[in-house]
Design a protein. Sequence first.
Length: 251
Amino acid sequence: MAYAQTSPFSLDTEPTENTEHQGDAAGAQQLAWLTAQSKAAADNSKSHLLILRFALVNIIAVGLLGAAYQQGLVDRVLTADKTYISVAIFVVFLAGLVVCARRVWETSHDLEQVQTFDPLRQSHATTYLASLRGRAGDSRALLASSLRMKLTHRIAVVRNVANALVLLGLIGTVVGFIIALSGVDPEQASDVSAITPMVSTLIEGMSTALYTTLVGAILNVWLMVNYQLLAAGTVKLITALVEFGESNGRA
């Protein structure tokens, strides 16, 4: 009676192959996990890039303002402007800058929520994704347009404040000319003793007109630079939300 001969190596072949497959699968999972972690870290750094740019711009601007103060330019403006319109312009500017800072933080936070989406956390991404469920193509386009208008309207107040700074500067110009002309009396032009007060009032009014215009223009540029950063971040947020909705909201 013949017995089948088996190789001593045949018993170890299958376990070895299974071990190799398991090792390959574990390595692939680890590689996928590392890739996901690196992508998440990169996305988080991009979401905070808006805040870093905002901080950098304003640090530079504050440094320039400090240099102007050291040179005595700020005191010169405050001394020349007896109407304190320049101070009012600066207060309005600070209010606009605070609003812009808040909008920058909100936009950066919304970008982070899109990039690290959590369906259990309330955000623009979850709201937009929920509104897209079961929608047709035309309805989805309308929702995207509505989202674009909503987010654009959220930052419009910063632009309006920046435009108001220019208008306040022009108001200061008009007030300065009124002050300058109020001291001119044609009937006393021939009186030498009356010329000195007229010239003094004229210089005071012209100083108010020029300095308020200058302050309004400079602060307008400062706030508009911040607004452009905010607008660019808002465009990125809108694009990220629409792309996220199109790729995950078709179910």
